[in-house]
Design a protein. Structure first.
Length: 418
């Protein structure tokens, strides 16, 4: 408890903590609200998929490209830009909506701006904290920030759905504008850290770094094929997420509040799995755990479309969230243990491209297919496609490398390199 008291007596850290909460709230409310506006205005699953595709492409490109440049610009400036840009964008949306002038086409540049600004805040704030918190307090400081973000992800969709159901979109927008605007103002009071090294040597180009990261996957083929599995499964996730709103409203006869609960159910499953994983030892058969969790997730997606009532869909979504988190934790640990520190950023950039590249593609294609097949059948097709990929993975010898010791892998990589 004394550690947290020390943190809360640090004004700069408290401001970043508040800003993290505001950013998390903005992240969970933004697409939720814009999805509702798009579906309310068009009633089209293809339009839903297209708006998510724009957001995901913008976020994906920001995550992929921004990393190497974060330390070349003032962290304080980037955090303020992220919060204030979103606040002003939501203010524009509020004015257009309340004035009766909002058109469908306007939602696309709005979501594009949000997709660029939103992913900046989290990595920048984490980098900034290193400069304002003592080294011995960093673990607790990061824990509090991450816990706050998880809390927003867990409660935000349900809260947004509740407000939207009973009061409409205007109050949701006012909450977002107020939270993000006040956060940006508070961030002007924190000190500017000396993270920008103006005397630093010119670094290699981003594309050169990316190519070097790609070379690492030749030494560890299992990392490449895990990335390909994630590409397929995330393609399915990209198709699934934009269609949850029409699925709840039209197929389950639910409300916006229930849509929010369904979104929160996935986060709840992730929180439960994270807590369980943290109390048990590292699995001895990593292949079985990682492929098994992806298999469970695929089966849940297949079953989701045929859920007879909302609460069955919520339970299925919780299980899906648990399976996704179990895979994510073990996959991240596997990477961290094997990728040397001097190439870790480059390897993770390639990993991001492989893992997240399928999400916007799935969002765009899924909405179009759903127009013809209906949402339940599309969910079944997504589940079947990922299951087929996983059946191939279960039978492939390359995934047995997940169970090999690090020393055996290093010896094999050294032999291949020679």
């Amino acid at each position: 408890m004394n550690v947290y008291r020390q943190l809360l007596r640090n004004p700069s850290y408290v401001v970043v903590w508040i800003a993290q909460a505001a950013s998390g709230l903005g992240s969970t409310f933004a697409l939720f609200l814009i999805s509702w506006l798009m579906y309310d205005m068009t009633g089209s699953t293809a339009a839903m998929g297209s708006i998510w595709m724009v957001f995901m492409i913008a976020s994906f490109c920001t995550n992929l490209i921004a990393g190497p440049f974060i330390d070349r610009m003032p962290h304080k400036f980037l955090m303020i830009i992220s919060e204030s840009t979103r606040a002003l964008t939501f203010l524009y949306l509020l004015l257009m909506y309340t004035g009766g002038n909002l058109a469908v086409w306007q939602l696309f540049p709005i979501v594009l701006v949000i997709g660029i600004a939103q992913p900046l805040f989290r990595p920048v704030s984490m980098a900034y904290v290193v400069h304002i918190v003592k080294k011995g307090l960093l673990t607790k400081a990061n824990s509090l920030l991450e816990g706050t973000m998880q809390l927003m992800m867990l409660t935000g969709p349900a809260l947004g759905g509740f407000v939207l159901s009973f009061a409409g979109p205007a109050p949701v927008l006012i909450v977002l504008i107020t939270a993000l605007g006040l956060s940006a103002l508070l961030l002007t009071t924190v000190p500017r850290t000396g993270n920008v090294d103006t005397n630093a040597e010119v670094r290699s180009s981003w594309f050169k770094d990316f190519r070097e990261g790609l070379q690492f996957f030749k030494l560890y083929p299992v990392l490449f094929w895990i990335g390909m599995l994630l590409l397929i499964t995330n393609f399915g996730s990209g198709a699934l997420q934009p269609l949850l709103l029409p699925f709840v409203l039209d197929y389950l006869d639910g409300s916006e509040f229930q849509y929010g609960l369904l979104m929160s159910s996935f986060s709840a499953g992730m929180v439960v799995a994270s807590a369980i994983t943290g109390t048990i030892d590292r699995p001895k058969n990593l292949r079985r755990v990682m492929l098994g969790s992806l298999t469970v997730s695929s089966v849940m997606i297949l079953l989701l479309g045929w859920s007879p009532v909302f609460w069955v869909a919520a339970i299925i979504t919780i299980i899906n969230g648990m399976a996704a988190m179990i895979f994510t934790i073990n996959n991240t640990t596997f990477y961290q243990e094997r990728v040397p520190e001097h190439v870790r950023g480059r390897v993770f950039a390639v990993r991001t491209l492989m893992a997240q590249g399928g999400i916007p593609l799935g969002a765009g294609i899924g909405g179009v297919i759903a127009e013809g097949t209906g949402i339940p059948l599309l969910f079944s097709l997504i589940g079947l496609i990922t299951l087929i990929a996983l059946i191939i993975a279960w039978r492939s010898s390359v995934f047995y490398q997940l169970n090999e010791s690090m020393q055996a892998e290093k010896d094999a990589a050294a032999t291949k390199d020679a």
